[in-house]
Design a protein around this ligand. Structure first.
Ligand code: 5GP
Length: 154
């Protein structure tokens, strides 16, 4: 699969764009970040939007590029109640959309009153189109936090 590389600069601009959209259309009470890929955008959004609470859920689905498990598995469940809260779920990318499907269900089970999804990117075939997103690509995205120079030590 072809790859596309996003830079920190592109990501930061994208997060600010998401923050603007959220401020205008859906100012949340709580952010639910999906580990690992959603955590950096979730924390950044929390600071930009005024120190919003961030809750974490960890869902494992991919073993490798294009190699998925049968279904997403929750490895860190949501902690505490979301009773009556406006919640935005944040992830890096909605690919099949299955991870988001699972997380939306969990957030509703925790009592959230309103739920929206914000992702940096989405794939054209996803079954969960995020309410807010910036990039749309059919390539495998490499995020800047996944890339690092190899340091050779003597
Ligand atoms: P989905 O459940 O929508 O198929 O996959 C969601 C998760 O798989 C994302 O949160 C992300 O961690 C991983 N993923 C899917 N597509 C990509 C991609 O193109 N690049 C990266 N880095 N991760 C991806």
């Amino acid at each position: 699969m072809d790859k596309v590389y996003l830079t920190w600069w592109q990501i930061d601009r994208a997060i600010f764009a998401l923050a603007d959209e959220l401020r205008k259309n859906f100012m949340p009470d709580v952010i639910v970040g999906i580990a690992r890929g959603g955590l950096i955008p979730a924390v950044r959004l929390s600071h930009i939007l005024g120190d919003l609470e961030v809750k974490v859920i960890d869902v494992k689905f991919y073993k490798d590029i294009e190699e998925r498990m049968e279904k997403p598995l929750i490895t860190i469940p949501l902690h505490g109640s979301l009773e009556g809260k406006k919640v935005v779920i944040v992830d890096d990318v909605s690919d099949t959309g299955k991870t988001l499907e699972v997380v939306i269900e969990e957030v509703k089970k925790a009592g959230a009153e309103k739920v929206k999804v914000a992702c940096l990117s989405m794939k054209p075939w996803t079954k969960v189109v995020p309410d807010f997103y910036v990039f749309r690509t059919d390539k495998w995205i490499v995020f800047p936090w996944e890339e690092f120079p190899v340091v050779v030590r003597e």
